[in-house]
Design a protein around this ligand. Structure first.
Ligand SMILES: CC(C)(COP(=O)(O)OP(=O)(O)OC[C@H]1O[C@@H](n2cnc3c(N)ncnc32)[C@H](O)[C@@H]1OP(=O)(O)O)[C@@H](O)C(=O)NCCC(=O)NCCSC(=O)C(=O)O
Length: 460
């Protein structure tokens, strides 16, 4: 299982510690042509080990607690948005205009779950706001896939042409992505070492991130999965959204566990933002690269004003190269990078069995934050970490050796589901997959309605 060690080393972990992780292998979990099961297990395993390591550091334990990563729990967690039930109702994961379409020369995949992306897609195709799927199909059938991609992106929407793995390898963005490590980590200054408040060695559960303040400026799935994990581990996670850009309610329910949710216009509410940043330990961003810079939230600018901060950033394509400023979703990264062809054919594209780029990147992002906090407690310095769905995709396609499909069966996800009452209704949801001896097994609070909390920290 070299992939667990690889993920651990990608976040800067000491190689020897990876032996603390043991896996329960299940042969039918996350079955795919690509090694999705191995990727998922590695991302969750590295995250749990980073949590155990930070917990041991803060509680003064002689040994890092043992980590167990169970493919069953991981598979359920990687399907969290699909397994969710809100008062028995199953959410729609993809809206009718989020799908593959035939073009004059191949295929394109669009993402239009959010109303503003839907209207930009329709606008780019010269269609009215109430256009039907048949009309969209008609317009796309007249264009080449690359023409459609460019036109929709130029309008601020999302459409990506299907590429084979070879076509993607030849693309300038792929070369930029391949030249970077799986997890980019930087230490821009020599801020003094942080003294994290100690934890009681007998605390039950051991919450490695207890007392830490995480400003969550992410949306959709990848970033929110990372911050949901930090919330599980005891952090005060405050998700702040633009008042005019609501999260989809089912997405809020799935990724809101353990967090609070506030709205704040970052332009008009500059003083409130500064107050939040003044005592934040971690800032996680997940917008289009550069989109938050005008609020002073570019990673280097943040570290300069708040030495000692951990700043974590997730993007779709990397934040560099010709596609660096583009929006993107997991399903579209799969289409650009050749994954959709590998999982299907060029004539009939397929998809991974879960949004594994989102979830995998989310757990790795949380792992990188936890390791940054541990490192800081010894060495000081602000920390910048940067991950991209497209870089995680490259690891999946070129960096992990598939293992033989063995181990126990994965009969169904029931064993890894729980029911919780919340202000959003009764939720059936995946239980946390991040697990270590003495660690938490559930979130301390259920998700709350979007924007229902004040934009301030809880008292420490
Ligand atoms: C997810 C997105 C595609 C969503 O696109 P959009 O909704 O169009 O958002 P944008 O990032 O372009 O940013 C929208 C604008 O909101 C502004 N903005 C953001 N927050 C605020 C607040 N609080 N106040 C005021 N303004 C704000 C921001 O500056 C942008 O302004 P302007 O600059 O004026 O526009 C994109 O954010 C993105 O590519 N994120 C990085 C990758 C990512 O996380 N992808 C989703 C993973 S989940 C997934 O793949 C899946 O579930 O499927």
């Amino acid at each position: 299982m070299t992939e667990i060690k690889d993920a651990w080393e990608a976040v800067g972990g000491q190689p020897g510690l990876a032996q603390r992780v043991s896996a329960v292998v299940r042969r039918d979990a996350l079955d795919a042509r690509l090694p999705v099961r191995e990727l998922a297990r590695a991302c969750v395993g590295a995250c749990a080990l980073a949590a155990a390591e930070l917990g041991a550091r803060r509680a003064g334990l002689a040994e890092v607690p043992a980590v167990t990563v169970d493919d069953g729990a991981v598979a359920a967690a990687f399907h969290s948005e699909r397994l969710l039930r809100v008062d028995g109702r199953a959410p729609d994961v993809f809206a009718p205009l989020s799908r593959f379409w035939r073009t004059a020369d191949g295929w394109v995949r669009t993402h239009a779950n959010y109303p503003h992306h839907r209207s930009r897609l329709l606008g780019a195709l010269g269609l009215p706001a109430d256009a039907s799927a048949e009309e969209v199909a008609g317009r796309l059938a007249e264009r080449s896939a690359l023409e459609a991609e460019e036109a929709v992106y130029a309008a601020g929407g999302l459409a990506v042409a299907l590429r084979t793995p070879e076509e993607w390898r030849a693309h300038p963005q792929a070369a930029e992505v391949a030249a970077r490590p799986l997890v980019e980590r930087a230490r821009p200054d020599a801020a003094p070492a942080r003294v994290l408040p100690p934890l009681h060695p007998a605390a039950a559960p051991l919450l490695p991130a207890a007392g830490l303040r995480v400003l969550d400026l992410t949306r959709v799935l990848a970033g929110p999965v990372a911050t949901r994990t930090l919330a599980l581990l005891g952090a005060d996670v405050l998700r702040v959204d633009a008042p005019g850009l609501p999260e989809l309610p089912d997405q809020q329910a799935d990724t809101g566990f353990g967090k609070r949710s506030a709205t704040l216009d970052l332009a008009a509410g500059r003083d409130t933002l500064d107050e939040l940043l003044g005592t934040a330990d971690v800032v996680v961003t997940g917008y289009r690269p550069g989109a938050l810079d005008r609020f002073g939230l570019a990673p280097h600018a943040l570290a300069e004003r708040h030495p000692g901060l951990v700043v974590a950033q997730v993007s779709a394509w990397g934040g560099y190269g010709p596609w660096g400023g583009r929006r993107g979703f997991d399903s579209l990264v799969q289409v650009a990078t050749g994954i959709a062809v590998t999982e299907g054919t060029a004539q009939r594209p397929g998809a991974l069995p879960a949004q594994a780029l989102d979830h995998g990147t989310g757990y790795l992002l949380a792992a990188a934050v936890l390791r940054a906090l541990t490192e800081q407690s010894y060495e000081g310095g602000s920390r910048l970490v940067r991950l991209a769905l497209a870089r995680t995709a490259r690891w999946l396609t070129d960096g992990i050796r598939p293992a033989p499909a063995d181990g126990a069966p994965y009969p169904c996800p029931d064993a890894w589901l729980a029911e919780t009452d919340s202000p959003l209704g009764r939720l059936r949801h995946a239980r946390p997959a991040v697990s270590f001896t003495g660690g938490p097994t559930a979130w301390a609070r259920p998700p709350v309605p979007w924007g229902s909390d004040p934009a301030e920290w809880r008292r420490r």
